[in-house]
Design a protein around this ligand. Structure first.
Ligand SMILES: Nc1nc2c(ncn2[C@@H]2O[C@H](COP(=O)(O)OP(=O)(O)OP(=O)(O)O)[C@@H](O)[C@H]2O)c(=O)[nH]1
Ligand SMILES: [Mg+2]
Length: 231
């Protein structure tokens, strides 16, 4: 719908996604880890500059492959439901570990904002984060926030707004793999592109094919290929 945008929140467990979601939407939602159960996604919305942002709180995961239902749910949402913007919420006190997931999201989708949360705790620990340098290196906006103290929200919302209006263009950095893998990507990517078109990143699908991720292949044939055949 016009002026309505879907914003997904992804990140490692315990990085403050639900705290951010609650603070922005005014909803109270408690999430736990529901291993093995159907994962339901919390949804809520907020108004900003004559727009409505619908927030989707994805399950917290350490990666976005096919290792668990949580990972599949989060991955499928980002890749197939295609939110207008994906916020990756990182824990400022363990950035190195958290960047793993951020880099995965940057391979999957274009419009990403990296939110470095728990900045209050990091500052207490004497950790300084240069968000401009990170923005340049990652090719997407990096914003420092404290979800619990509602710090950094104006900048975050303004950045989301500028992405959806096209005022900011994201150019997510793509990891370079060893030449052997890059060569295989060059071989299969053109064929992948024929199947998925510009609906999903063909580079990302090629990488998953090299992983032998059969669950993802099933998902692609269910969600994309049939649609195209029947269109
Ligand atoms: N000090 C501080 N604590 C925070 C901040 N944001 C979140 N927390 C705390 O971090 C803990 C985890 O927050 P959640 O919002 O539940 O994290 P989550 O990412 O939704 O966790 P999962 O749903 O398990 O993936 C809670 O105790 C929050 O109160 C922050 O900016 N500063
Ligand atoms: Mg949560």
């Amino acid at each position: 719908m016009e002026n309505e945008y879907r914003i997904a929140l992804a990140g490692n467990p315990n990085t403050g996604k639900s705290t951010l979601f609650n603070a922005l939407t005014g909803l109270r939602q408690h999430t736990g880890n529901w291993a093995g159960k159907t994962v339901s996604l919390a949804k809520g919305s907020l108004a900003f500059k004559e727009k409505t942002f619908h927030l989707i709180d994805l399950p917290g995961t350490y990666s976005l492959f096919s290792n668990s239902t949580d990972e599949e749910v989060a991955r499928n949402y980002i890749v197939f439901e295609k939110p207008d913007v994906t916020l990756v919420v990182l824990d400022a006190t363990s950035l190195e570990r958290n960047f793993n997931l951020a880099l995965q999201v940057l391979e999957m989708t274009k419009n990403v904002v990296v939110c470095i949360n728990l900045i209050d705790v990091a500052e207490q620990q004497g950790i300084h984060i240069n968000e401009r340098l990170l923005t340049n290196r990652l090719g997407v906006p990096v914003i420092k926030i404290s979800a619990r103290n509602k710090k950094g929200f104006p900048m975050l919302l303004d950045t989301i707004d500028r992405i959806v209006t096209g005022a900011i263009e994201c150019n997510p950095v793509q990891l370079k793999y060893p030449e052997e893998i890059e060569e295989k990507i060059r071989q299969i990517e053109p064929k992948v592109l024929e199947v998925v078109g510009n609906q999903i990143s063909s580079r990302w699908v090629s990488l998953r094919l090299l992983d032998g991720d059969a669950t993802l292949l099933d998902e692609i044939s269910k969600r994309l290929i049939r649609e195209e055949v029947w269109e």
